[in-house]
Design a protein around this ligand. Structure first.
Ligand code: PMP
Ligand code: GLN
Length: 380
């Protein structure tokens, strides 16, 4: 049987490639982004309670209502922004499923979607498998700053969507208020939808503020925000997230969501809803991860890597041109097999696999693991 692939240029995701290599070689795995410590026992107890008290059948299609209320309260508390729990919030199987369904609900043949590179790897395939055309805008290391005049030249009558992501995976940069205002101005009086991937909203360092799309009135009217409890509550394997957006857009989203998963793991939703009654469960995250970033950076300050401190996310990028001229994928693999430390090469997220000699390291690890990792990095 012969068939032509719908995604000719897509192979196995780098996260699977590097984690598999790390496991095979028993390397310290700072590649795929996930914590190596448990999430709060109180949260796992609340999910167990939910299972033991009967929350084991389908959740409502848009999500457990208590969870949607808790999410709505969070937006009110943090951003003074209102999302109607019944009409404007949908619980999803992680941010990945939300992103896929948002794109699938709106992007048709010949529609263009602007994607800033380096970009998280699920964005472009989701556009292409739905027949859309990705319009890349490559940002330059080490600052990854957006040139808004360049962006303006990429907007056409076919632009359906602009995808943004701050705090940014993989670079660890954040967008300023000015960036958001520029985006708002650019999209004013258009029908462009903004997909704002904010999965790291609670991980911003050095007293900076997260600039959520919901803080900008006109932007909010055209934006889906996506979020992930996996990042916030240290349980990436549960795959629970959500999206919020204006009612009319959400109606279209749910047309796809209902036939994609219908609804997601109910006991986790109930447990998270109960857990979120205390806002401190997510408000302390900046400090928690700033400690880890600062520890990691202080431990490797004398290494040969060039460091620009991460502004947000739980990733730190390191430039290695003083060490070797090797292609970043080869170097990342060699570090795993020969030195016992796994990272993610950034070229896989860049347009045409542009190689800036940059690797991404995840510092959502125990302090002990970070100390061991730094010992290795200092010897390279
Ligand atoms: N967007 C970004 C930028 C991410 O880093 C991730 C995963 N780490 C996701 C989306 C997907 O989140 P989830 O695991 O909840 O599907
Ligand atoms: N988001 C995680 C990262 O950036 C990985 C998610 C995945 O493995 N699909 O590392």
């Amino acid at each position: 049987m012969q068939h032509k692939s719908k995604l000719l240029n897509v192979g196995t995701t780098i996260f699977t490639v590097m984690s598999t290599l790390a496991n095979t070689h028993n390397a310290i795995n700072l590649s795929q982004g996930f914590p190596n410590y448990p999430s709060d026992q109180k949260l796992t107890d609340l999910v167990s309670n939910a299972m033991n008290s009967g929350f084991n059948q389908y959740a409502p299609m848009a999500g457990n209502l208590n969870l949607r209320l808790a999410i709505s309260n969070k937006y009110q508390l943090l951003y003074n922004s209102s999302y109607h729990p019944e009409k404007e919030i949908t619980v999803t199987a992680g941010a990945t499923q939300a992103i896929y369904c948002i794109i699938s609900a709106f992007v048709k043949q010949t529609d263009e979607v602007i994607i800033f590179k380096p970009a998280y790897d699920c964005y472009q395939p989701a556009v292409e498998v739905n027949g859309g055309k990705a319009i890349p805008i490559q940002l330059s290391a080490p600052d990854y700053k957006v040139n808004w005049e360049e962006v303006a030249t990429k907007v056409t009558s076919n632009t359906k969507m602009i995808m943004i992501n701050s705090p940014h995976n993989p670079s660890g940069t954040i967008w300023s208020k000015e960036d958001m205002l520029q985006l708002q101005k650019l999209t004013e009086d258009t029908d462009i939808i903004v997909l704002s991937d904010e999965v790291y909203e609670h991980i911003v360092f050095d007293s900076n503020q997260h600039q959520s799309a919901c803080l900008f009135n006109d932007l909010k009217q055209r934006s889906f925000i996506t979020a992930s409890f996996g990042k916030t509550f240290h349980n990436t394997g549960w795959k629970i997230g959500y999206t919020c957006g204006p009612e009319a857009l959400m109606e279209e989203f749910r047309k796809v969501h209902q036939f994609n998963v219908f609804s997601v793991h109910h006991p986790s939703q109930k447990g998270i809803a109960d857990y979120m009654q205390d806002a401190n469960t997510y408000l302390g995250l900046n400090d928690f991860f700033q400690h880890k970033r600062d520890l990691f950076l202080s431990l490797i300050s004398d290494s040969k890597f060039k460091i620009k401190p991460s502004q947000g996310t739980y990733f730190q990028v390191l430039e290695y041109s003083e060490i070797t001229n090797e292609y970043d994928v080869d170097f990342a693999k060699r570090l795993t097999t020969d030195f016992g430390i796994a990272s993610i090469p950034l070229s896989v997220f860049n347009e045409n696999n542009q190689d800036d000699k940059v690797l991404r390291f995840c510092f959502a690890k125990t302090d002990k693991t970070l100390v061991k990792a730094a010992e290795i990095l200092n010897k390279i």
